[in-house]
Design a protein around this ligand. Structure first.
Ligand code: AHM
Ligand code: MG
Length: 303
């Protein structure tokens, strides 16, 4: 990758350094916290803990002017003027946290915007996610491309020489591209709740690709990045905006997949061009290999 932006690097350092602590804290936080988030969903104890750790770490980064989280109603002012040298960082602290009970994959999604939120995905300067799988990986995307890193706690626990950093980031893939021949698909929501035009498209895809759906967007999108294919959390008959949030989930994922050579749409418009009304807006998300996303747009336009 080309010389990277020091603020962006500092944000990903902070996320990487928080990841092992989040992971360690999960075993005791697999229960509901008793509160709802601004989207009206029940929050797990793990969501709250991850939100707290990431909020503390990211608001301490020089150059982060504002911190916005899926779990918080309002932005946290971190000092510095967003759009004038400072960035707004949006996170989904624990994406797929309903997988805590069943012990399946989860992640942390990060979007770094050069504009106060709500903003469009065109204001992203970088985006990424941590995937808490059998190993902890971090996908980092900026204007130069996409890379995959493995995050590990240093066995020495950090020392004075490296500034006390207790976590290492090792690049394992420095130019991640979507494979040209798609292999997997994963579509969210109950089939009876899908609109007919999407169901017709899904029936075609089922004949061509292999189902991989794990209920955590980060895990499911990582399969698409690895093997090629398409992930969707579609518009539903009773929820035309789908489930996922534009600022915290859809925009960062669209940015990553587009930088890796793929495409992302709400069914009609490139996700990155969508003008939000509020920071917790939801949007249908269809993301993956360009040809599959184009076919999806055609299928939805036919109705
Ligand atoms: P969350 O951020 O509250 O965990 O919700 C988002 C998650 C996504 O990771 C995933 O794609 C979707 O919700 C799964 O929903 P469902 O359980 O309806 O399949
Ligand atoms: Mg999420």
């Amino acid at each position: 990758m080309a010389d990277s932006d020091p603020i962006v690097e500092a944000v990903f350092d902070a996320v990487a350094e928080t990841a092992p602590a989040i992971r360690d804290a999960l075993p005791g936080r697999r229960v509901e916290s008793g509160t709802d988030n601004p989207s009206g969903e029940s929050v797990m104890a793990g969501d709250l803990y991850a939100d707290q750790l990431l909020g503390d770490a990211l608001t301490a980064v020089d150059g982060v002017g504002s911190f916005v989280s899926e779990e918080r109603e309002a932005a946290v002012d971190a000092g510095g003027a967003v759009g004038d040298g400072a960035y707004a960082v949006a996170i989904d602290p624990l994406d797929g946290s309903s997988n805590l009970r069943s012990n399946n994959a989860m992640g942390t999604v990060v979007g770094i915007y050069d504009a106060p939120l709500p903003a469009t995905g065109r204001d992203l300067v970088a985006a990424g996610y941590v995937l808490y799988g059998p190993i902890t990986t971090m996908i980092v995307a900026d204007e130069t491309g996409v890379r995959e890193e493995v995050i590990e706690r240093d066995s020495a626990g950090g020392d004075a020489e490296d500034g006390g950093r207790a976590v290492s980031r090792s690049v394992v893939e420095d130019d991640l591209r979507l494979p040209e021949d798609p292999v997997v698909y994963g579509f969210g929501g109950r089939v009876p709740d899908w609109p007919d035009d999407f169901t017709t498209y899904a029936r075609e895809i089922e004949d061509e690709l292999k189902l991989r759906y794990g209920g955590a967007m980060v895990g499911d999108v990582n399969q698409v990045l690895t093997y090629g294919g398409i992930f969707a959390y579609p518009a539903l008959v009773d929820a035309p905006e789908g489930k996922l949030r534009l600022s915290f989930e859809a925009n960062p994922i669209a940015y990553i997949v587009e930088r890796a050579g793929g495409a992302a749409t709400d069914g009609d418009t490139d996700i990155l061009d969508i003008e939000p009304e509020g920071v917790h807006d939801r949007v249908p998300l269809y993301v993956g290999n360009e040809a599959l996303v184009e076919r999806l747009e055609d299928a939805l336009a036919d109705e």
